[in-house]
Design a protein around this ligand. Structure first.
Ligand SMILES: Cc1cc2nc3c(=O)[nH]c(=O)nc-3n(C[C@H](O)[C@H](O)[C@H](O)COP(=O)(O)O)c2cc1C
Length: 218
């Protein structure tokens, strides 16, 4: 009974007694996007700064992002194309010079982060447009967003084209966290105090990171 099909409203999406099943190969890209972004939650947000060939700073958020190892330290970004199919500025800049900074997004910065996702013309600075400033990085040319308290300075490992997406892998060369969020006595980063936000489902969904619980490992 558990596998009995009783409704077939759309080709590729099947409702069973206990589940909605979706065949990724026969539904639309929007349906795949919606399934993935409603189920793989929360996603961390990389607010990425890069520089173009004229030295202009670009900033944009990406929630197809995570860390994939610490030895070596590897991060990945999944970046789609612009509406006109051209590559996003972040991809162009990382292809051209291979460096980027991931700035973490806090509750205080979330609104401005979203504003920087607007498609500005290539070379126009999102950060100036939303009233944010930069400070130089330590090991890469793109600067850090000054108002963000956590920074990962990265160098491109590879850019893989997968359909219209670019999967960018980077090595983290340097990390920084504002001293307000570092306890020198315990030598620990005060993660709860930072207030990093995550991306949830829907066009405007985000989550805070305060509702913690602990489970000891066996
Ligand atoms: C919270 C958030 C997360 C986003 N995640 C992604 C993502 O993972 N991949 C992507 O291609 N675009 C993502 N976007 C859209 C980009 O930020 C947007 O296309 C931006 O204009 C790209 O800027 P660029 O051309 O300066 O690189 C996201 C937007 C927001 C607000």
């Amino acid at each position: 009974m558990g596998s009995m099909v009783f409704l077939l409203p759309l080709w590729g999406i099947v409702f069973r007694e206990h589940a909605m099943e979706i065949d990724f190969e026969s539904v639309t890209a929007l349906e795949r996007y919606q399934f993935l972004t409603h189920t793989v939650v929360p996603r961390p947000i990389a607010w990425v700064t890069t520089v173009n060939s004229e030295g202009k700073v670009n900033a944009a958020p990406f929630s197809f992002f995570n860390v994939f190892g610490s030895n070596p330290a590897v991060v990945a970004l999944g970046i789609g194309a612009r509406r006109d199919d051209s590559p996003k500025d972040t991809v162009r800049n990382i292809s051209d010079n291979g460096e980027f900074v991931i700035n973490m997004v806090t509750e205080k910065l979330a609104e401005k982060m979203v504003q920087t996702s607007f498609e500005y013309a290539h070379g126009e600075s999102e950060l100036e447009a939303v009233g944010l400033s930069t400070v130089p990085s330590i090991s890469v040319a793109p600067p850090r967003i000054a108002e963000s308290p956590v920074h990962l300075e990265c160098r491109r490992l590879s850019i893989q084209e997968i359909g219209v997406n670019r999967l960018i892998l980077g090595t983290v060369l340097h990390g920084g966290v504002d001293d307000e969020f570092y306890d020198t006595d315990s030598e620990r980063i005060l993660t709860d105090k930072i207030g990093t936000v995550g991306r949830m489902h829907g066009p405007a969904g985000y989550t805070r990171t305060h509702d913690l619980f602990e489970i000891e490992r066996p």
